[in-house]
Ligand binder design. Structure first.
Ligand code: ADP
Ligand code: MG
Length: 349
């Protein structure tokens, strides 16, 4: 890394110099990576396995705000959200390409921070950086990442194959990333109004971390394999539980009953949501960015997962004609809709 903590302009390195500088510590970890950075294209050999590919773009001002998102966290998150899509196919990520559009507002040191976060996430997920593209941007920072993974053909799980009667399961807990975002937004506003005031994030480590440093569930495909459970359908929770359930139902041609009382919500997320006058259930349904895995299993597999604290059964798939419903704690039934963030603005009763 450059010793100087002062600002080094991107122009001192130039495009090729910057690529070389940022990728100097990239090491190949996977046998399947035959050629990584340095030629016109990377070469990958999965030896008869199937390859899964997914791309995501993160745009400054749309997907992230550098006022509260440190660049290292942004790098970490950018990789995590991409490999999460690969895990959602019940596959293992092996390679990524990283494309950046950078404005001159950013220094070489800033890009080093971004890359440090990316390298950390790549190490955690045992993923090789095998290429990318680097260009300039007239406005903000744009990060586009393509993740490539492998799976045996019979292991890949699609969104479209859930069946009536299957149990709907989710990993971890939901809503915390959205609540964390509310907290960060509030502290940013306070800072903008009185710059001397330090952010008050005490005691909220978990929900802040869920927003700034999401962890893709690498452990879940491994666990399911160990338990000898192949989900009938799977998707990752990036846009909120409601939206993902609707995707599963639409693509699988089923209905669903989701039980509000079963939705796993962390106590600190629950309490902070209440402080913000938000309904914790609505945060879980519509908040998004949890990067948990939502999947369906055959009822016969229930005994294999029931003792696992990381997996919660939250509902079951029904006939399409019965619709997609939320059964509230009070026992009333409402059609589930993906309202996105609009619903979050409504006050709870
Ligand atoms: P080309 O002109 O063939 O597109 P580039 O000069 O853009 O090649 O890139 C040179 C090499 O560096 C290629 O292997 C490319 O994949 C890689 N690369 C470019 N930008 C990045 C980046 N931000 N991160 C990782 N690798 C990169
Ligand atoms: Mg290029």
């Amino acid at each position: 890394m450059l010793e100087n903590t002062d600002r080094t302009e991107l122009s001192t390195l130039g495009e090729f110099g910057l690529i070389k500088h940022l990728t100097q510590f990239v090491e190949i970890k996977n046998e399947s990576t035959l050629k990584g950075i340095g030629d016109d294209a990377a070469v990958i050999d999965y030896k008869g396995k199937q390859m899964v590919v997914s791309t995501d773009m993160l745009v400054e001002g749309v997907h992230f705000d550098l006022a509260y998102m440190p660049l290292k966290h942004l790098g970490y998150k950018a990789i995590s959200v991409n490999v999460s899509d690969i895990y959602a196919m019940n596959a293992m990520p092996k390679q990524v390409t990283i494309s950046l559009a950078i404005s001159s507002r950013f220094s070489v040191e800033a890009m080093e921070e971004l890359y440090a976060g990316m390298m950390l996430a790549c190490a955690k997920h045992k993923v090789d950086i095998v290429g990318g593209d680097t260009t300039s941007s007239k406005s903000g920072l744009v990060i586009s990442i393509t993740a490539i993974g492998e799976a045996d053909a019979d292991k890949i799980v699609y969104r479209s194959t859930a069946k009536e009667g299957d149990l709907l399961c989710v990993t971890g807990d939901l809503g915390a990333a959205y609540v964390g975002l509310q907290l960060l937004e509030r502290e940013k506003q306070i800072f903008l109004e009185s710059p001397g005031v330090q952010p008050d994030l005490e005691g909220n480590d978990y929900i802040i971390e869920r927003q700034l440093k999401p962890e893709a569930r690498k452990d879940i495909p491994v666990l399911l394999e160990k338990l000898e459970v192949k989900p009938t359908a799977m998707i990752d929770v990036s846009d909120g539980l409601a939206s993902e359930i609707l995707h599963l139902c639409t693509d699988s041609d089923t209905g669903c009953n989701l039980y509000e009382e079963k939705i796993p919500i962390d106590p600190s997320a629950y309490n902070t949501a209440r402080e913000f006058n938000l309904d914790p259930t609505v945060c879980a349904l519509n908040g998004g960015e949890d990067y948990e895995l939502l999947f369906t299993i055959d009822q016969a597999d229930f005994p294999k997962i029931k003792a696992n604290p990381d997996i919660t059964v939250i509902g079951h798939m029904t006939n399409k004609k019965d619709g997609v419903n939320l059964i509230t704690k009070g026992g009333t039934q409402h059609p589930l809709t993906a309202q996105g963030w609009d619903a979050l603005l409504k006050k709870p009763e």
